[in-house]
Design a protein around this ligand. Structure first.
Ligand SMILES: Nc1ncnc2c1ncn2[C@@H]1O[C@H](COP(=O)(O)OP(=O)(O)OP(=O)(O)O)[C@@H](O)[C@H]1O
Length: 235
């Protein structure tokens, strides 16, 4: 579904990522773990060409999209839910969803209708008249996911979906949503610092430290690797 084979990526003259080879098959949930500044966001952003310059190949759905403009990568079926969730504060939930549905309906129609999405997130239906600025962190995350699903993604990229959420919201919103989307067949790549969350929902985990891939395997294998957990994740 997506694979990175990068010699390097960085900003201006500053190299951040070194020799990254990583691939995610259709229907998998890959969690990218790493401490602050390890390079997780940079790796996600290389796919969307959102800042970092990269050298190498990034293959999405069979096409090398390295260096493509963001909107062309989106048109190939990749959707990004950025860190901080990127929801517009001065719209109501209904307006925000209506706008996303209208916008994406012009480009792609598919199985993720607003009705289906609202049936998966009934809380958004209840909150449809509320301003986005009044939503809780968990509700904002649901809204950001709903808006991304309206673009009919074959690949959903989540940048630290658990960040800043209370433990209950991490479990009830993020973990529950990722499991639900996995069951619906959506391929997910998520950067995360919450190791417990990543291990609970991912089918595969990769660990980045200092811009280098230091582990790539199953959650069970990582659980058993105390050395990796200690040395690269500070557990
Ligand atoms: N726009 C930028 N310009 C220059 N350097 C950047 C830029 N964005 C990130 N960096 C640097 O790249 C390195 C990796 O940052 P990145 O945001 O990818 O890490 P991360 O693993 O996502 O961490 P975090 O959890 O803090 O977001 C850091 O040293 C950071 O300072």
């Amino acid at each position: 579904m997506v694979s990175w084979d990068l010699r390097s990526a960085g900003y201006g003259g500053a190299q951040v990522l070194h020799d990254i080879q990583l691939s995610v098959a259709r229907g998998q949930v890959l969690a990218l773990l790493g401490r602050n500044g390890a390079g997780k966001t940079t790796l996600l952003h290389t796919l969307f060409n959102l800042g970092p310059q990269s050298e190498g190949r990034i293959v999405l759905a069979g096409q090398d999209v390295q260096g493509w403009a963001t909107h062309r990568v989106a048109r190939m079926g990749a959707a990004l839910v950025p860190q901080g969730r990127g929801v517009f504060a001065d719209l109501t939930v209904a307006e925000s969803l209506g706008m996303a549905a209208w916008w994406s309906g012009r480009k792609r129609r598919g199985e993720w209708t607003l009705e289906r999405i609202l049936s998966l997130f009934p809380r958004l239906q209840e909150r449809r008249g509320s301003m986005c600025s009044a939503l809780s962190g968990g509700e904002r995350q649901m809204l950001a996911l709903a808006r991304a699903l309206l673009t009919q993604p074959s690949l959903l990229v989540l940048d630290e979906p658990g960040e800043g959420l209370a433990p209950l919201a991490v479990e009830q919103v993020v973990a529950a949503s990722v499991r639900m989307l996995r069951q619906a067949g959506v391929t997910i790549v998520m950067a995360e610092q919450d190791i417990a969350l990543a291990l609970a929902v991912a089918t595969r985990v990769a660990v980045i430290d200092g811009g280098t891939l230091v582990f790539d395997g199953t959650p069970d294998t990582l659980r058993a690797r105390q050395d990796v957990l200690q040395r690269h994740l500070g557990v």
